[in-house]
Design a protein around this ligand. Structure first.
Ligand code: TRP
Length: 331
């Protein structure tokens, strides 16, 4: 039986952090045997919000290196850079003729970006969801592991696929959001303000590239409070977050000890943070070292990107041939 196609993209803006790792990448790693996986760096997408390309190359290399360091095996998956696959741009052009200005203007992420960059409301920003649909449909992917914030984009991809199929014949399957594990781990910012994110408060975000000392500093500054007021109290979310992190990197015994301390109002947050910081630093060290080694090995990086692009282009070319055929763009 043919494996189902899974696809996801990461924009090369900002550093990968624990939220990306536990919420997404760890799942990608688990998918790579069961599915036909395509993971790519969305460099074209980043141009819609980050026109300054001085750091682009370094960022693209870092994302590739960090993905491999987190356990993605470039032999098993197609790991590639979007701009190495020109077929995506061609499909984007066709899909643009099926996307309406009105529906694109209504997309909440578009409106957010207009608010954030009123002086650069470029057409690429408006058609961001069309490019994303092209990314997905070019491999006729059916499973797309993305967070909640991308679900509307995915719905639009389904609409564009539908419209294409109605107008030109059945070519595209319907792509759906996909959570591999039952519950996705959500990591909150260490200051207690929402999800851990790439760009907001950097001292409240732990990046995969953070050195041990910095990890300690950040964890020791994490938000806590005066402790539970009664036995078996419910944990506020910023405390639960520390326990969640601990459950991901510390031994069961350690987690249990602090759980018992908490339920009996004996918790010492200083001790908990110290332990968590140590275990987190140990957890991150091999990932960071591997990522750095890969980033410094340009020959290896070039080989990985070339092989990834070859695999992706083989699949993309097959789709484009069918697309052209069904559209009558073939003479
Ligand atoms: N828009 C996604 C984000 O901001 C990145 C992305 C681009 C993507 N193309 C994709 C994700 C295709 C999944 C599938 O995170």
């Amino acid at each position: 039986m043919q494996k189902e196609v899974v696809l996801s993209g990461i924009r090369p803006t900002g550093f990968l952090h624990l939220g990306n790792y536990f919420g997404a990448m760890r799942n990608y790693v688990r998918m790579q045997d069961e599915y036909n996986c395509y993971f790519f760096v969305a460099d074209w997408h980043s141009l819609t919000t980050h026109p300054d390309t001085k750091a682009l190359k370094t960022s693209v290399h870092r994302v590739i290196a960090e993905n491999i360091a987190c356990g993605l095996d470039p032999q098993k998956v197609s790991l590639y850079v979007q701009s190495d696959v020109p077929e995506i741009a061609e499909l984007y052009l066709y899909l643009n003729t099926l996307a309406y200005k009105g529906e694109l203007e209504k997309v909440p992420t578009f409106k957010d970006k207009v608010r954030l960059q009123p002086d650069n409301v470029n057409a690429g920003l408006l058609t961001y969801p069309v490019l994303m649909a092209a990314d997905i449909l070019i491999h006729r992917a059916v499973k797309v592991p993305v967070g909640k914030d991308q679900e509307q984009h995915l719905e639009m991809a389904r609409n564009f696929a539908d419209r294409f199929n109605h107008r030109y014949g059945e070519v595209f399957p319907q792509p759906r959001a996909f959570n591999f594990s039952k519950e996705l781990v959500k990591i909150l910012s260490l200051d207690g303000n929402g999800k851990m994110s790439k760009s907001e408060n950097q001292m409240a975000t732990i990046y995969l590239s953070d050195e041990g000392e910095l990890v300690k500093k950040k964890i020791m500054k994490a938000k806590t409070d005066g402790g539970p007021a009664e036995d078996n109290a419910e944990k506020p979310d910023y405390i639960q977050n520390l326990f969640t992190l601990m459950s991901l990197v510390s031994s069961d015994d350690v987690v249990k000890k602090f759980e018992v301390d908490y339920s009996q109002c004996n918790i010492r947050y200083g001790d908990l943070k110290k332990q968590l910081a140590e275990d987190m630093a140990v957890f991150l060290k091999p990932i960071r070292e591997k990522a750095t080694a890969i980033q410094n090995d340009n020959a290896y990086l070039q080989k990985i990107m070339r092989e990834g692009a070859e695999k992706a282009r083989a699949s993309a070319r097959a789709t484009i041939n069918i697309v052209r055929e069904s559209m009558g763009v073939k003479y």
